[in-house]
Design a protein around this ligand. Sequence first.
Ligand code: SDX
Length: 430
Amino acid sequence: MSKNHAKISIEGKTIELPVRKGTLGADVVEISSYYKQTGTFTYDPGFTSTASCESRITFIDGDKGVLLYRGYPIDELAEKGDFLETCYLLLYGELPTKTQKEDFDYRVQHHTMVHEQFSRFFHGFRRDAHPMAIMLAALGAMSAFYHDSIDITDPHQRMVASIRLIAKVPTLAAMAYKYSVGQPFVYPLNSLNYAENFLRMCFAVPCEEYKVNPVLAKAMDTIFTLHADHEQNASTSTVRLAGSSGANPFACIAAGVACLWGPAHGGANEACLKMLEEIGSVERIPEFIARAKDKDDPFRLMGFGHRVYKNYDPRARIMQQTCHAVLKELGIKDDPLLDIAMELERIALHDEYFIEKKLYPNVDFYSGITLKALGFPSSMFTVLFALARSVGWIAQWKEMVEDPAQKIGRPRQLYTGATERHYVPVKNRK
Ligand code: SDX
């Protein structure tokens, strides 16, 4: 590969393809003309070596365990800022000035209510419906309520839709939780900050004053910041692909929710807690480590491994600190699940198999224990991930819609099915 070109020889023909450099990370070989020049496709199921787009939002260095939102390290944003500031940064590209932050916070806080008809929407579900199923439906349903912010060609409507999503997803998530526990919905309270307001909508009851716990609210805010965006992960790629057809932003975000639900992706926090509960004691850890290594056993250690991080997920470190802060604040001295998690992490980080495959704890490893301590049932864990990731999805969607080079996504395939054959009437089939 020369400085700016890659040469590829195929069936005696050599072609040159441009190489593009980013500001950070790997260069890319631009292959959009490859099929036209060679009559062959490239093949990369799971996109392990394929960049699907150009983006300026988030960067991950998987080898160094670095995560940057618009260039700012995740630990600095999580410790020194708040989630709404991160939302502004992801959407606008810069940290807000004092006035910009006050204005943005005001705009979000004054969009937190949903149309009153939404409360009837929930009553169509069984009480034991999985909250992710409800969120999937509710986010898609937003396009039925907000017709004045679905014209994707209008920059103003794109920003209104973004603010509405950031503001209303917590309200819908809290309603999904309240509905599942048979308690009345709690309206947003604009005098509270984003995380305080969400916790109150989830845990306040009409019969007593809700007391904000600033330590728990800060932990919730940190968890939202950690989950806000993450390059072109499966659910973000789903949102981009849905958006490339011109679908409205709420429908695209609903597609992202559907993809995030999978246990290999955002469902891993719920799956990880279930795994820790199944392990049940420190003594049983070796049995599960052996299963994770067994090629014939589909079992995997939930909360371990990552497509990009081949080092410690920087979010997992902050998640672990947050977990300890929450347990301390709640006076939970010895959480058996935390003991199992810490021992599992210690063993795995010294085990040849995990070292050789570069399997480290990811963001989902400690989040389940923390969210359980905050009072959420495991069925709500991925809903909280979706709540936080909504800003990353909408920021990436906006970037794609505003990219003059974007076109409808339409991958090709390697076809290995039947060659052409002709219909045989059923009476002649053997
Ligand atoms: C998220 O993409 C993102 O950025 C996602 C995310 C985000 O913020 O959007 O970071 C959020 O999804 C975090 C990941 C949560 N998922 C889990 O914790 C589920 C458990 N993890 C695995 O399913 C797996 O590690 C993945 C899905 C996360 C990554 O899968 P890859 O990159 O396709 O890795 P792989 O399946 O090719 O595994 C490489 C090897 C394999 O062995 P070999 O076939 O090479 O012999 O490592 C093994 C795997 O068997 N392996 C594991 C393992 N993860 C991978 N073995 C045991 N336990 C595991 N957890």
